[in-house]
Design a protein around this ligand. Structure first.
Ligand code: E4P
Length: 218
């Protein structure tokens, strides 16, 4: 399973990258706004900075919602750095834009996926990734992990190469649940990735090992 970090915060991206297990980064307009990054030039410079840190897939989302606008903006984003993956919302114009980019060999991440049908359309259009939003489905009383599993099964059954990128991951338990259903990627907050490390027996076991070492070695 690949791990992406779901943030535009450079300190968190560096920390996750330094762990040595980071496979990429996802951003969205809300995450960019949270970092206070204003204006097209600054945003694009920020994407390049993220690419330079991780040297791996970085999803950068288009703001346009019309086909021509998405093509223009997505092409500009893709030209920034070879690591950029153009993130496109799952709307009709977006599906058309994904097909365009797929035909040009430009990688895409179809975002805001909340159903198997949406994932199917994105895969047929040639999306590199589809992003089902786990946490947001859980928020409305549905089961986001079940959707991830259904998409994984559907892609395997029909042989689609599109990768299932579990998004809107809120905690460590979400990651583990996505592992169980075979998600290709999980994009997570840093806290959820670090949560995978936690086990009381690791903490107590290490404490005992060190105490025993010092009893003999001072
Ligand atoms: C990532 O691709 C998504 O934009 C992100 O995971 C959404 O997460 P949220 O539902 O916590 O905002």
């Amino acid at each position: 399973m690949k791990f992406f970090i779901d943030t535009a915060n450079l300190d968190q991206i560096r920390e996750a990258h330094d762990l040595g297990v980071l496979d990429g980064v996802t951003t969205n307009p809300s995450l960019m706004a949270k970092e206070g990054i204003k204006g097209t030039e600054n945003q694009r410079a920020h994407y390049v900075e993220i690419c330079n840190i991780v040297q791996a897939d970085v999803s950068a989302e288009v703001i346009a919602t019309d086909y021509e606008g998405m093509i223009r903006e997505g092409s500009e984003l893709a030209a920034l750095n070879p690591h950029i993956v153009v993130k496109i919302p799952c709307i009709a114009e977006g599906i058309k834009a994904i097909k365009y980019f797929s035909d040009k060999g430009i990688r895409t991440n179809c975002t805001l996926i909340f159903s198997v049908g949406q994932a199917l359309l994105a895969a047929k259009a040639g999306a590199t990734y589809v992003s089902p939003f786990v946490g947001r489905l859980d928020d409305i009383g549905e089961d986001g992990v079940v959707l991830v599993g259904q998409i994984v099964e559907m892609f395997r059954y029909y042989g689609y190469q599109t990768q299932v990128l579990a998004a809107s991951i809120r905690n460590t338990k979400h990651i583990l649940a996505c592992v169980e259903v075979g998600a290709d990627v999980a994009t997570c907050p840093l806290s959820a990735i670090k949560g995978l490390l936690n086990h009381p027996l690791t903490t107590s076991g290490l404490k005992t090992f060190l105490e025993d070492y010092h009893k003999v070695n001072g």
